[in-house]
Design a protein around this ligand. Structure first.
Ligand SMILES: Nc1ncnc2c1ncn2[C@@H]1O[C@H](COP(=O)(O)OP(=O)(O)OP(=O)(O)O)[C@@H](O)[C@H]1O
Ligand SMILES: [Mg+2]
Length: 269
């Protein structure tokens, strides 16, 4: 179950994961790899199974079958607390108590490291405040969670995940509420963290810019995987998203740069 620590960390390996609801298969035998220390982007249209897969990978739900290894360890064999030290999740919709302060939310990231009766240490608070600085939310430490904007909440949730000091970050649309400056800054921050990261993203140009590896889902299965240049072709975009796009080259990063055409007739089909 656990490999020796002398072996190099291998990142995330998902094998044959399936999940169904009331007899309907939503995620259907998915295999994917997220390389150690890199950002893997999980792409796919609405309803293709991204959130369902991320929840099964993070063991927020129990898959019907399949195994998930992180750096050689089967996640199904870990207790909750051990699991929470290894992986941090930022969900699409955070169900956080509205009345707690921002700092309290970030300090939740330290829960797996202390006993129920222990209060936060100076070290915990220093880590939490540092993470808030990294997401540019330090000035909000004493604000009530419920008073934050959607984008501010998203940045605080990332700070909580960083404070957890995990080996794996699982992010479900981490930039969907963010303006472009904060989206770029958040993904740059994740990139600098050098953590194995699996992130569902809808903005394909951001995915091309920041992800080292992409996996595209369609109807609960893997349709394509590889580098941005391998995956983001006009053919794939037409087949999977039913959009027409030109694929150029980003003048600074050299990664693919997509330009989308308006749909024929101007409707969404
Ligand atoms: N508990 C459930 N019961 C029934 N259907 C479900 C359940 N959970 C998810 N689904 C369905 O499974 C499909 C995949 O949902 P999922 O949330 O994983 O999609 P997604 O790729 O994350 O989409 P989005 O881009 O909109 O976030 C959807 O059609 C959804 O309605
Ligand atoms: Mg989703």
């Amino acid at each position: 179950m656990t490999i020796t620590s002398a072996q190099a960390p291998t990142g995330l390996n998902v094998h044959e994961i399936s999940w169904s609801a009331k007899g309907t298969l939503i995620v259907d035998g998915i295999d994917l790899r997220a390389p150690f220390g890199k950002i893997t982007g999980l792409l796919g249209p609405n309803g293709s199974g991204k959130t369902t897969l991320l929840r099964a990978v993070a063991r927020l739900s129990t898959p019907d079958r399949g195994v998930v290894h992180l750096d050689g360890t089967d996640l199904a064999g870990l207790r909750r607390r051990e699991l929470a030290r290894r992986l941090a999740v930022v969900e699409q919709h955070a169900g956080t108590d509205l009345d707690v302060t921002v700092l309290d939310v970030v300090l939740l990231g330290r829960t797996p490291y202390r006993s129920a009766l222990q209060s936060d240490s100076e070290h915990d608070r220093a880590l939490a405040l540092d993470a808030l600085r990294q997401v540019r939310m330090a000035d909000f430490a004493d604000r009530k969670w419920g008073t934050l904007s959607g984008g501010e909440q998203q940045r605080v949730q990332l700070a909580r995940a960083i404070t957890q000091q995990p080996s794996l970050l699982v992010l479900d649309e981490p930039t969907n509420h963010l303006d472009i400056a904060h989206a770029l800054s958040l993904l740059s921050l994740v990139q600098r963290a050098n953590l194995t990261t699996l992130a569902a993203l809808h903005d394909l140009n951001l995915a091309a810019m920041y992800c080292d590896h992409l996996v595209v889902l369609r109807d609960g299965r893997v349709e394509a995987s590889g580098t941005a240049a391998e995956v983001l072709t006009p053919e794939l975009l037409r087949d999977v998203y039913d959009v027409h796009a030109d694929v150029g080259t980003h003048p600074v990063t050299g990664r693919p740069l997509l330009t989308f055409h308006p749909p024929a007739g101007g409707d969404l089909g």
